[in-house]
Design a protein around this ligand. Structure first.
Ligand SMILES: Cc1cc2nc3c(=O)[nH]c(=O)nc-3n(C[C@H](O)[C@H](O)[C@H](O)COP(=O)(O)OP(=O)(O)OC[C@H]3O[C@@H](n4cnc5c(N)ncnc54)[C@H](O)[C@@H]3O)c2cc1C
Length: 613
C-alpha cells in the first residue's frame, strides 16, 4: 500500500466536518491595512490561531512519513550535483500525496487547509529543489484552476494533477516582462468559428517548464470593452502539452535550486479550446495576482523549517569545535548568531501561522498584504540566517562537502521570485497607504460637511500627540490580551503603531498621489509595517504559549522581547527618516549619489593613490 493510500485511509476516518475546502467567498479587509491608520484590530490577531486536537492529530499523521522520506530517501547533494530530481524521488513525493496538498479530496488531493500546508512546507523546504518543484506545481501551476476554474475544469484536470501523474507549471514571465507582468506579449487570438484560441509567444524561467503536461498560461487577448472599443487584456488559459505547438528549451544552469527544472516554454499556434479559459476572457491579470498572493505566506514556515534544521546542525558543531582552548559556543559572537537565528525562525514561524490561520477563517479575508509581508521577512531572514550558519562553520562552511553553501545558493532565489522583494515592498506600502488615504479623505469630507464629532476626534488626537500622549490600545493591563511577561513589548508595539499612523497621515498630506513615485519613502513604510506585523505575531503567539504553559514558553518570551525591542528602535529610526527635515532623512543625498554614479555608469571617485600634480 503506498504512503498516499495510508494517509488517505487515516484521513477518511475523520469526521467530514473536519475536511477543508479552498474557500472562495468574497474577500474582506484584514488586519494589516488598518495599521496604516494607526489602528490595532486586536480581535483579528489575539488570541493566536489554534487548530483543534483532531486537526493536530491529522497533520501529525502526515508529518511522520514525510519526515522519514526526506531523512531517508532524499539525497539533496546528488540532486544539486546532477541538477535533477531522480524519478524515484519524484515518485516517492507523489506517493505521499505531496503533489495534491491543497486539492480537495473529491478530486483526489489531500484537501489541506493553509495551516496544514504551511506545516508540511517546513519539511519539504529541507530540499530547495523539491520545494520549488512542488510549489511551482501547486502554489502557482494549478492554483488558477483551484481558485477560478469551473467545475468541469476541476473535474477534468485536478485528479491527475493531485496524483502527480500530470505536473503543472505557471507561465507568466517573458523576456521583456518580469516584474511588469502586465506588459506580456504572448498573444491568444480567437478563431473565426469562436471555438478556440491560437496561442503564440515565449515564456522564460518557467519552473517545471520541461516536465509539465499542464500549463497555466497568461496571454493578451483582444476584447470588446464595456464602451464598445477594442482593448488588449490578459487572459489565463489551461494549456495541455498535447494541444501541440508546445516546446521547451534546455534546463537553465542556475546558481541554486539546481534540481528544479527551469526553462523557456514556447507556444506556436497552440490551439486552446475556449472551455480552457480560466475565469473571464480579459480577467487574467487579476487571476495571476490572486494566484501569487494566495501562495506567498507559505514561504514563512518553509524558511523557518530550514533555519530550525540549520540551528540543529550548527549547534552540534559549535558545541564541539574548539579554538583558543574554548568551544565555539562559549564565544559571545558565536552565541549572538544562535540567538539571531532562533529569533528569526520564531518570528517568521509566528507570522506564517498567524497568516495561515487568518486565511483559514470563514469568509476568506484578503490577506494579500500579510502574505507579502511574510514573504519579504522570511526570504531575507532565511538568506541572512544561512549566511550566519555558514559563518559558524568557518572555512568548512564554504566547502561542498557540507550542505551550507548549497543552502546559501538555494535560498537566494527567495528574494527574487513570487514577486521580487522590491515590488512587494511597494505593494505592501501602496496598498496600505491607498486604504488609509481613502478613509482619511472620507474623514476630511465629513469635517468639511461640518461633522463636529469627526472634527473633535481629530483635534483631540493631535492635541494628545502634542502633549506626549500615553498610547493605549488595550493590549496590556487588566483587560489586556498580552501576557504580563510581554507587557513591555506590547507597549512598544502600541506606541510604534500609533506613531506609524501619524506618520502615514503626514506622508499622505505631504505627497498626495505622488507618493507612488517616492520609492525610498515607501520602502521605509513597508519596513515599519512588516516589523509591526512581526511584533504582533510574536507577541500573540508567545502570550498563548505562556498562558497555556507550552514547553519552553520562557524561551519564546525571551525571543519575542529581543525581537520587539530591536524592532521598536528600528521603527523609531525609520519613522524619523520619514520626517522631511530630520537629520536621519538621507533620501535626497542617497538619490543624488545614485544619480551621479548612474550618469557616468561607473564608480566616479578618484583612486586613493591618485594625486594632483
Ligand atoms: C529560478 C527562477 C524560477 C522562476 N519561476 C517562474 C515561474 O515558474 N513562472 C513565471 O512566470 N516566472 C518565473 N520566474 C520569473 C520571476 O518571477 C521573475 O524573475 C521575477 O518576477 C522578476 O522579474 P525579472 O527577473 O525580469 O526582473 P526585473 O523585473 O527586470 O527586475 C530587475 C530588478 O529591478 C527591480 N525592479 C523592477 N521593477 C521595479 C520597480 N518598479 N521599482 C523598483 N524596483 C524594480 C526588481 O525588484 C529587480 O531587483 C522565475 C525566475 C527564476 C530566477
Amino acid at each position: 500500500m503506498s504512503g498516499l493510500v495510508l494517509l488517505r485511509a487515516a484521513r477518511s476516518a475523520l469526521p467530514a466536518a473536519l475536511r477543508r475546502h479552498l474557500r472562495t467567498a468574497a474577500p474582506r479587509p484584514a488586519f494589516a491595512k488598518e495599521l496604516f491608520l494607526g489602528r490595532l484590530r486586536k480581535e483579528e490577531v489575539f488570541p493566536y490561531p489554534e487548530i483543534n486536537n483532531e486537526e493536530l492529530e491529522e497533520i501529525n499523521q502526515f508529518v511522520g512519513p514525510i519526515e522519514k522520506f526526506f531523512n531517508e530517501e532524499v539525497d539533496s547533494k546528488k540532486i544539486d550535483q546532477d541538477a535533477k530530481i531522480p524519478p524515484e524521488t519524484l515518485k516517492g513525493l507523489k506517493d505521499l500525496g505531496l503533489f495534491g496538498m491543497q486539492i480537495p479530496e473529491e478530486y483526489g488531493g489531500l484537501g489541506l487547509s493553509n495551516t496544514m500546508y504551511a506545516r508540511l512546507g517546513e519539511i519539504t523546504s529541507l530540499d530547495g529543489s523539491i520545494a520549488v518543484t512542488l510549489a511551482a506545481h501547486q502554489a502557482i501551476g494549478l492554483k488558477g484552476i483551484l481558485i477560478a476554474g469551473t467545475d468541469e475544469q476541476k473535474a477534468k484536470y485536478l485528479p491527475k494533477l493531485a496524483s502527480g501523474e500530470h505536473i503543472a507549471a505557471f507561465c507568466l514571465t517573458e523576456p521583456g516582462s518580469g516584474s511588469d507582468a502586465a506588459s506580456i506579449q504572448t498573444r491568444a487570438t480567437l478563431s473565426e468559428d469562436g471555438k478556440y484560441f491560437l496561442l503564440n509567444g515565449s515564456k522564460v524561467w518557467i519552473s517545471n517548464g520541461g516536465l509539465a503536461n499542464i500549463f497555466t498560461v497568461f496571454a493578451r487577448t483582444e476584447i470588446v470593452d464595456k464602451d464598445g472599443t477594442l482593448k488588449d487584456k490578459i487572459t489565463a488559459f489551461i494549456v495541455e502539452r498535447d494541444f501541440g505547438g508546445v516546446t521547451h528549451g534546455k534546463p537553465e544552469d542556475k546558481l541554486g535550486i539546481r534540481g528544479s527544472n527551469t526553462c523557456e516554454v514556447h507556444f506556436e499556434n497552440t490551439k486552446v479550446p475556449i472551455e480552457n479559459v480560466i475565469g473571464e476572457v480579459g480577467g487574467g491579470f487579476k487571476i495571476a495576482m490572486n494566484i501569487l498572493n494566495s501562495g506567498r505566506f507559505s514561504m514563512g514556515s518553509a524558511s523557518a523549517g530550514m533555519i530550525k534544521k540549520l540551528i540543529e546542525m550548527t549547534a552540534e558543531y559549535a558545541c564541539t569545535r574548539k579554538q583558543f582552548n574554548k568551544k565555539l559556543s562559549e564565544f559571545g559572537l558565536i552565541q549572538e548568531k544562535f540567538s539571531f537565528m532562533a529569533v528569526k525562525a520564531y518570528v517568521m514561524e509566528s507570522m506564517a501561522y498567524l497568516t495561515a490561520g487568518m486565511m483559514d477563517r470563514p469568509g476568506f479575508p484578503d490577506c494579500s498584504v500579510e502574505a507579502a509581508m511574510v514573504k519579504v521577512f522570511s526570504s531575507e531572514g532565511a538568506w541572512t540566517c544561512v549566511s550566519e550558519a555558514l559563518q559558524i562553520l568557518g572555512g568548512l562552511g564554504y566547502m561542498k562537502d557540507y550542505p551550507y553553501e548549497r543552502y546559501l545558493r538555494d535560498t537566494r532565489i527567495l528574494l527574487i521570485f513570487e514577486g521580487t522583494n522590491e515590488i512587494l515592498r511597494l505593494y505592501i506600502a501602496l496598498t496600505g497607504m491607498q486604504y488609509a488615504g481613502k478613509i482619511l479623505t472620507e474623514k476630511i469630507k465629513e469635517i468639511k460637511k461640518g461633522n463636529v464629532g469627526v472634527a473633535l476626534e481629530e483635534f483631540l488626537s493631535k492635541f494628545q500627540d502634542m502633549m506626549g500622549r500615553k498610547v493605549d490600545y488595550g493590549l496590556v493591563g487588566e483587560r489586556g490580551v498580552v501576557h504580563p511577561s510581554l507587557e513591555a513589548s506590547g507597549k512598544k508595539l502600541e506606541e510604534n503603531i500609533h506613531y506609524f499612523g501619524t506618520s502615514v497621515k503626514g506622508l499622505l498630506s505631504r505627497f498626495g498621489k505622488t507618493i507612488v513615485d517616492e520609492q525610498l519613502v515607501l520602502k521605509r513604510v513597508a519596513d515599519i509595517v512588516i516589523n509591526l506585523y512581526a511584533m504582533t505575531a510574536a507577541i500573540s503567539r508567545a502570550s498563548r504559549s505562556i498562558s497555556i504553559g507550552l514547553r519552553n514558553h520562557d524561551h519564546e518570551v525571551l525571543l519575542t522581547n529581543i525581537f520587539c525591542t530591536e524592532a521598536y528602535f528600528k521603527n523609531n529610526y525609520a519613522i524619523a527618516q520619514l520626517e522631511k527635515y530630520a537629520d536621519e532623512n538621507l533620501d535626497d543625498s542617497i538619490k543624488k549619489a545614485a544619480k551621479q554614479v548612474l550618469e557616468k555608469r561607473t564608480y566616479i571617485c578618484s583612486h586613493p593613490l591618485d594625486r594632483t600634480f
